[in-house]
Design a protein around this ligand. Sequence first.
Ligand code: SF4
Length: 291
Amino acid sequence: MDINTFKQLYDDCKQNNKKIYESAIEYEISLGEYTEEQIRLQAKNSLCAMKSAIISGLNSKELSPSGMSGENCYKLKQRFETETSILGKTAQKVMMYALATSEQNVRMGTIVACPTAGSCGIVPAVMISYAEDYNINEEEQINALITAGEIGNLIAKKMALAGAVGGCQAECGVASAMAAGALTQMRGGSVEQIINSVGLSLKNILGLTCDPVCGLVEIPCIKRNSFLAIHSITASELAMANIKTVIPTDEIVDAMEQTGKLMSPLLKETSKGGLAKTITAKSLRGKLLFR
Ligand code: SF4
């Protein structure tokens, strides 16, 4: 069954007693290109690549080619190792893992775009931190990653997942919604709770601009991954408490698409507005290492 909206996804799962990942796998198989085994293997390979990026990022202080970033994961790790934090262990990991992956991206390391390279830290940080600390087995992790993929896929049917089209709401915002859904899946949430976590996450990042400093996916992108990974946890917690989004998730996606259209091109990856036009951003242009 071709599913284009979260409502259709919910109905399919409800009527046929399916999980979101089962619906997604079933549809993929119906296209005739892959077997379930191949789909699961692909997800497993992505998970392995995500874990490798985190490990590499956690152990590196290497600056990006521009010299603008690369040390923040190390700094945060040092702080968490030596100081008390108001965050619990898993939330600390989420923040660190998001930075680790995003910094690997700017070092030109291998990452998994989910949905994009600029937003690559959010889904792995949330999923892998939770899986490690709550003993989630590989099969369940794969189920959660396929759930995240289906969430991204449905949003992508409405709008392009690119900062140049919809601002950062379409990149880090969508990544946050994917991570919220994956987390809610791993926690045993219902289909309704997963879809609510998606809506709650998206609703609260509408209008997020894309204004990368010096045209590079570094500032504000790297730290934003850490922020929006935590945002995903908030959405999942609310959804698991059966707190619902009053505006249905499909309507939120429509609002996101409309918001993207209303946003000035100056705030959509052109680096001609917002943070990219600040005095400091302009001064950084003359200091880039590869200039
Ligand atoms: S600010 Fe722009 S370039 Fe950076 S992650 Fe967001 S959408 Fe991508």
